[in-house]
Design a protein around this ligand. Structure first.
Ligand code: SIN
Length: 541
């Protein structure tokens, strides 16, 4: 196949979110003057909706913590400074949290180091009991956790409930899996010897998590880490620290010993100092990160200095391919979970929707119909399906992608700009005549925008799908078995969904190839990331 270079390698790789450890990608892509007027039409209204306390409905207000958690103690920043946490639906401030820096992070790492011997000495069964209690506590408080999540992140409450169950499932599943962290006995080639393999915890670990899944991305890291006997210092995204602290409160109640799980909060400006301490401190032996490829590379470079293990779940640019023989209703439904979910702010969102020419008109009509029926509203509103984007930076990125596509010849089939609610709300948008070289085809848009790219042949679809530095997830729709195998094997992605847009589960390995990351989260493959393999030989027997 003659590989045509489209846009895949020409732009700075990036995911729509960053934990603030480096520059945010994709923010200055449009410079041509003729685009400015269109862009200015797409700029969000700055008049968000005032609201009374959106967290007033919490049953257990002790879940709403406004301090960081170090060595089993709730603490303020050494200098007493705080940063605001806002509700993206209204733009109002909902909390002020401590701005920690390098010194507090160092103390958290020391606390995790002090807690390590006791925690790793517990049996897997004892650790599993604690983790099961933690998962049960999350389920018991699901309504409160969901409300906190929706208010700080913006996603519809139904999605938050699903995320809380998803988050709890990692704690439960990995607690159980720790009991099966078997070693090995290898037949010896030397008489009088035994060759044994032990699986041991890595030690003190660090987790850095994003705002788009403020609960599940935490447990997807800390569950395998803690189950295997490690301790962890976690830095949640500055936009969504309340979910992390609520989970922490429940960890404490479930009996996670002091120092085993620590949460370091900080503003975007504090992230470089916190990240630098996590990646340079020799006590930390592994860093797990979900976020942009750009920041992932930075962390990897820093971790190289002390040869730490890394597990990186980075940016995606998922193709979603619809062949002529596809079940079109199933394909439209699938976009519910992989395009409109979380307003398109997931790393596995369908970013390039490739539709074979024989069905493009029919598919477009059905998708437009579906998009027009989606309810755009604040996440706590009954029946909300599309919430606000996370912040102005995220909003601006999507509107720039829209402007670039429209300027390049894409047509707006529905939506196309800010929603009448104003603030950070965008209309669910379907664009036709999108081309593979447009910015929205080259970078994650991270918004409720479905761009349709027509194609003629299977070979062309695969070429377009793979022409990107990313390879996290890919989806395709066909009823033909031979096509299914051929295309499934040809797609360069760590996760492939055939006839579905839903691939997330604690039992399966989640992770990417190429610049989408290293390692896997979820499943028994993931627990292997968080252990060291020790070869132990006995001689003179
Ligand atoms: C992500 O966006 O990073 C996670 C999505 C998922 O697990 O479903």
């Amino acid at each position: 196949m003659n590989r045509v270079r489209m846009c895949g390698h020409l732009v700075a790789p990036g995911r729509g979110y960053s934990p603030g450890l480096g520059p945010t990608p994709g923010s200055s892509l449009i410079s041509r003057p003729e685009e400015r007027s269109l862009e200015s039409r797409l700029v969000a209204s700055t008049a968000p909706h005032a609201s009374p306390d959106p967290l007033a409905g919490l049953e257990d207000r002790r879940l709403l913590r406004d301090l960081a958690y170090l060595g089993g103690a709730w603490v303020a920043a050494d200098d007493g400074t705080t940063f605001p946490v806002d509700d993206p639906s209204s733009g109002t401030q909902i909390a002020a949290l401590p701005r920690l820096g390098a010194a507090e992070t160092r103390r958290a790492i020391e606390a995790a180091g002090d807690a390590l011997p006791g925690w790793r000495a517990m049996t897997a069964k004892q650790r599993a009991r604690v983790m099961r209690d933690w998962a049960d506590a999350m389920r018991e408080h699901s309504e409160d956790l969901s409300l906190i999540l929706t208010v700080e992140q913006g996603k519809p409450i139904a999605e938050s409930r699903a995320e809380i169950e998803y988050a709890a499932s990692f704690l439960e599943w990995f607690g159980e899996e720790a009991k099966r962290l078997y070693g090995d006995v290898i037949p010896t080639p030397i008489p009088g010897r035994r060759v044994v393999v032990l699986k041991e915890p890595v030690g003190v670990t660090a987790g850095i998590t994003p705002w788009n899944f403020p609960s599940a991305m935490i447990t997807r890291k800390c569950a395998p880490a803690l189950a295997a006997g490690n301790t962890m210092v976690l830095k949640p995204a500055e936009q969504t620290p309340l979910s992390a602290l609520a989970i922490c409160e429940l960890a404490e109640r479930a009996g996670v010993p002091p120092g085993v799980f620590n949460v370091v909060t900080g503003a975007a400006e504090d992230a470089p100092a916190i990240g630098e301490e996590m990646t340079s401190n020799p006590t930390v032996r592994m860093v797990g990160f979900t976020g942009s490829t750009e920041v992932g590379k930075l962390l990897m470079r820093r971790c190289a200095e002390t040869v730490k293990k890394v597990s990186l779940e980075l940016g995606g640019n998922a193709p979603f391919i619809i062949f002529d023989d596809a079940d079109l209703d199933a394909a439209v439904d699938a976009l519910e979970s992989c395009k409109w979910r979380n307003a398109g702010q997931t790393c596995i969102s369908a970013n390039r929707i490739l539709v074979q020419r024989g069905v493009i008109d029919e598919f477009t009509a059905r998708l437009v119909d579906h998009a027009r029926g989606l309810k755009v509203a604040g996440g706590t509103v009954d029946g909300a399906q599309i919430g606000p984007l996370i912040d102005q930076q995220g909003f601006d990125k999507v509107t720039k992608h829209l402007a670039d596509a429209i300027d390049g010849g894409a047509k707006v089939a529905t939506g196309g700009g800010p929603h009448e609610l104003g603030g950070l709300f965008l209309q669910p948008t379907v664009l036709t005549d999108v081309t593979p070289d447009m910015v929205m085809s080259c970078e994650e848009t991270f918004g409720p925008v479905a761009g349709l790219i027509p194609f003629d042949t299977e070979e062309e679809a695969i070429r377009i799908a793979n022409d990107t530095p990313f390879g996290l997830c890919a989806y395709f729709f066909t009823r033909d078995m031979a096509t299914a195998w051929r295309v499934g094997e040809a797609l360069e992605a760590g996760i492939v969904g055939l006839n579905t847009g839903f691939v997330s589960t604690e039992v399966a390995p989640f992770g990417g190839v190429k610049e989408s990351g290293l390692g896997r989260e979820g499943s028994y493959y993931a627990i292997e990331e968080w252990v060291e393999t020790k070869y132990f030989t006995f001689a003179g027997l």
